[in-house]
Design a protein around this ligand. Structure first.
Ligand code: NDP
Ligand code: BG6
Length: 513
């Protein structure tokens, strides 16, 4: 049975019975899908891509005929790849469960080919192997580029010229970073489009595959109570908070070239803003949704330097433990000014959101790990309770929180009377805590996105005009920070980050949640 995504969005099937099935076009006996992980020896492939593919296999979501190929320069045999991959596979439903049989079956479908990323010859060899596995069926090929960005175009050229599917579709998933600014991103798009059509390019932003980010549209558009409040009339400010309690360990070399604004804000947080703030799309069709996202992104004011605070973590000792500073990483230049923390105030110049600050805060090596959307509502006009019993003004402000991770939850802070004979107000939570409501483990973002790419569902991938609009907002400020060599505010590893973020928020009468 085929469950198309759109029907599924409004399905009332109990969660444990819901299962995504693949597109009928590739479910037949006569066709096959090959997924080639380019850069299979790397960190992302091991950590996320192979485990996500296994989870999909475990859930019976992959087509009947499928093959997985790893491709990289490292020399490996099929069994060495299987051995490497097996170390990061976990059982999908319950990590304590024994799913070794399923793992064995999955690993038997994994193969490896070693080659250079810019060698047509090596890709022709890969093509030959893929054909053998396809065994005359209609072939559909998905290439996942899990490699550093400087070799994206070479790999795309070789894959499309020498290893495209002969009969079915060829799609390429591209990992971020999609450039460093408007110009380099446009140049990358232009190069990719020499070999691929826009429909073949799946630009991944894994935050779009997170359960609570996907739920944003469901919340907004399928509940009567939210949408009427979703505007400047009732919302005072919106906060997008990303924080990690570890530094750039192991990825300093990559990170130093990009910094936190490009690593987190321009993509993950901005994508959330677009979904949060867009107008109602004509339908749930990928193009209709992406049209609305582009519209709202294009309505955003270009970010100004006065509206940005940057920081960088420094070493800190707590008890007997010492935590390294950002520049202690050997792959980071000692005099690096790259921000590992940033706070920014963004504005949308349209009728719905005029004047509402969208505050973003993203940082590494902070005191906790969380990703949240916080919506602070305006004060109740002429609030009886403020007047009569002199409660704190803030008391009357509702706050709606979508906790993307960890402990996924959606909760609304309301004011409530403390039970008893007196009249004392208390702030309580109406709380939808996912682990209390749903027994099933939440799928990893990469599972959803890989399955979507196999199904040809583009809703959660970034279209090139979206990308252009996103870069336009951030490029001038990124250039100014770099050209003026603006010194970041230093904060200790494990702290709450630079105090400048509080001043920025206070300028817009906001307190961080
Ligand atoms: P890696 O640095 O681990 O690189 C992946 C593979 O590419 C390596 O195993 C290596 O394979 C090959 N490679 C590395 N450097 C070079 C080079 N200079 N020239 C040619 N080949 C090279 O990357 P990740 O796995 O961490 O990330 C892959 C992509 O995903 C990147 O674009 C990254 O920005 C993005 N990403 C990564 C995340 C993560 O958590 N790791 C998170 C989000 C995005 P071999 O030597 O065998 O050819
Ligand atoms: C990646 C960033 O895109 O997202 C990393 O490059 C960051 O720096 C990661 O750590 C966070 O993803 P998640 O899913 O762990 O929140």
């Amino acid at each position: 049975p085929v469950r198309k995504l759109k029907e599924g969005a409004f399905s009332v099937t109990p969660p444990e019975e819901q299962k995504r099935a693949i597109d009928s076009n590739i479910d037949g006996k006569k066709s096959t899908v090959t997924i080639t992980v380019v850069g299979a020896s790397g960190d992302l492939a091991k950590k996320k891509i192979f485990p996500a593919l296994f989870a999909l296999y475990y859930e019976d979501c992959l087509p009947e005929h499928f093959t997985i190929f790893g491709y990289a320069r490292s020399k490996m045999t099929d069994s060495e790849l299987r051995n490497m991959v097996s170390k990061t596979l976990t059982c999908r439903i319950d990590k304590r469960e024994n799913c070794s049989e399923k793992m064995e079956e999955f690993l038997k479908r994994c193969f490896y080919h070693s080659g250079q990323y810019d060698s047509q010859e090596n890709f022709v060899e890969l093509d030959k192997k893929l054909r053998e596995h396809e065994a005359g069926r209609v072939s559909n090929r998905l290439f996942y580029l899990s490699i550093p960005p400087n070799i994206f175009v070479d790999a795309v050229r070789c894959a499309s010229v020498s290893a495209s599917a002969a009969s079915g579709w060829t799609r390429i998933i591209v990992e971020k970073p999609f450039g460093r600014d408007s110009e380099s991103s446009a140049a990358l798009t232009k190069s990719l489009k020499q070999y691929l059509t826009e429909d073949q390019i799946f630009r991944i932003d894994h935050y779009l595959g997170k359960e609570l980010v996907e739920n944003l549209s469901v919340l907004r558009f399928s509940n009567l109570i939210f949408e009427p409040l979703w505007s400047r009339q009732y919302i005072r400010n919106v906060q997008l908070i990303f924080s990690e309690d570890f530094g750039t360990e192991g990825r300093g070399g990559y990170f130093d070239h990009y910094g936190i604004i490009r690593d987190i804000m321009q993509n993950h947080l901005l994508q959330i803003v677009a979904l949060f703030a867009m107008e109602t799309p004509v339908s749930l069709d990928a193009e209709d949704i992406r049209n609305e996202k582009v519209k709202v992104l294009r309505s955003m004011r270009t970010l100004r330097i006065d509206d940005v605070v940057i920081g960088q973590y420094k070493s800190h000792t707590k008890g007997n433990v010492s935590y390294p500073g950002y520049t202690d990483d050997k792959t980071v230049p000692k005099d690096s000014l790259t921000p590992t923390f940033a706070a920014a105030a963004l504005f949308i110049n349209n009728a719905r959101w005029d004047g509402v600050p969208f505050l973003m805060k993203a940082g590494k090596a902070l005191h906790n790990r969380r990703a949240e959307i916080r919506v602070q509502f305006r004060h109740v006009p002429g609030n009886l309770y403020n007047r009569s019993i002199g409660t704190d003004l803030d008391m009357a402000t509702n706050e709606f929180v979508i906790r993307v991770q960890p402990d996924e939850a959606i909760y609304l802070k309301i004011n409530n009377k403390v039970p008893g004979l007196g009249m004392r107000l208390d702030r309580s939570h109406l709380n939808l805590l996912y682990k209390a409501r749903y027994l099933k483990e939440i799928p990893d973002a990469y599972e959803r996105l890989l399955l979507d790419a196999i199904e040809g569902e583009r809703r959660l991938f970034i279209r090139s005009d979206e990308l252009d609009a996103a870069w336009s907002i951030f490029t001038p400020v990124l250039k100014e920070i770099e050209e003026k060599k603006i010194v970041p505010e230093y904060y200790p590893y494990g702290s709450r980050g630079p105090v400048g973020a509080h001043y920025l928020a206070a300028r817009y009468d906001v307190k961080w949640g």
